[in-house]
Design a protein around this ligand. Structure first.
Ligand code: SF4
Length: 348
């Protein structure tokens, strides 16, 4: 029998390619549609599961292909209901994804890379370095796993997805887009793109590309400072992708999509907690309808970064509101299982 490593990953095939494959085998092209439906809509883990396909055909598929499904290796539940999955990939690398329940919605926070290409100083994932990009099916599978958990533990389907787990999604753009296409397609999960947010640390070229492609999902930017010198000190890639470039790309995004921009922002003691910082944020984001999420910070081990005190958060809220910018203060979820923002680092 053929060894697994010589077999092809069947989920790398489009529906059209599967149809052609079956035709080349002297079968009906329609068989490709059936298999495609099993792979995506029904999330089959084995060829055996494909019960409306003949035994001989299933064996032929078994001999030629593999289904590289992710495996949830470990699931941890937080006291606040948050669930963190440690997900094993076919090459034994691990990424993490998180289910965040609230009264009205269930949100999946998914990873796009193993480790991260970037090196934000406050982020646990940055310490892992980037090992590889996730394939579209590996991103899709994380969503399916969380959708199943949402139905099982909360009695409702997944309602929202944020690309805010491990990795910079715009550094794995093509695969993230392919995964979103599957998630939103009626042949996949059929979710509305409006319920999906891609959160980036700000890669100007890719933001322009998304705008040109008129994508329908939402955009969030992890900004954390609107002053170049400070942002570069905490997010070193800002030396290359400066705030001026980012701002130009976001203006272009807004012109093309007319879609509000969300900024993720943590206020740290002694780093960005002054009135000057808040004023710079207002200046940066007032060109388009914006929303700022002030996110509670979860310290990682060495303690260089500490959440600013309440007075600083209130100063930010006041400054933003006075300038007509929507602001919310986000409490962090899943802290006790290291599932909160910036904490995903395969520690479990
Ligand atoms: S904050 Fe996001 S972009 Fe920055 S290192 Fe962490 S995972 Fe990467």
């Amino acid at each position: 029998m053929e060894v697994a490593k010589n077999k092809k990953d069947i989920r790398a095939y489009t529906k059209e390619q599967l149809r052609l494959f079956f035709e080349s085998q002297g079968d009906k092209a329609f068989r490709g549609n059936q298999v495609y439906e099993w792979l995506w809509q029904k999330s089959a883990h084995t060829f055996e599961d494909m019960t409306n396909i003949s035994k001989e055909t299933r064996q032929m598929l078994e001999d030629n292909f593999v289904i590289n499904h992710i495996k949830v290796d470990q699931m941890q539940r937080s006291s606040d209901g948050t669930i963190k999955n440690a997900v094993r990939l076919h090459d034994d690398l691990i990424v993490e994804s998180v289910l965040i329940p609230t009264k009205t919605r269930t949100t999946a926070c998914v990873s796009s890379q193993v480790g991260c290409s970037l090196d934000c100083k406050f982020c646990a994932t940055a310490r892992l370095k980037r090992m590889r990009n996730l394939n579209p099916d590996e991103i899709y599978d994380q969503v399916v796993a969380i959708d199943n958990e949402s139905r099982l533990y909360f009695d409702r389907p997944l309602s929202n997805i944020v690309f805010m787990g491990m990795g910079e999604p715009l550094m794995n753009y093509n695969n993230v887009i392919k995964a979103i296409d599957k998630i939103t397609s009626p042949e996949g999960l059929g979710m509305s793109p409006k319920r999906i947010t891609v959160s980036t640390s700000g890669v100007p070229k890719m933001i322009r590309k998304m705008a040109d492609e008129e994508v329908k999902f939402k955009l969030a930017v992890s900004l954390h400072s609107a002053i170049d010198e400070i942002r570069t000190s905490i997010m070193p890639f800002n030396a290359t992708f400066t705030l001026a470039d980012l701002r130009e790309a976001l203006e272009y995004w807004y012109q093309k999509t007319k879609s509000r921009i969300t900024y993720e922002y943590v206020v740290w003691e002694g780093i960005n907690d002054t009135q000057r910082d808040a004023n710079a944020l207002v200046d940066f984001c007032r060109f388009a309808p914006s929303k700022v999420n002030l996110i509670e910070y979860n310290p990682i081990d060495d303690g260089d970064f500490q959440q600013a005190n309440n007075a600083a958060i209130e100063m930010y809220v006041r400054t933003l509101e006075q300038n007509g910018i929507t602001v919310t203060v986000r409490r962090s979820r899943g802290k006790d299982i290291d599932a909160a923002c910036g904490q995903l680092a395969n520690k479990s």
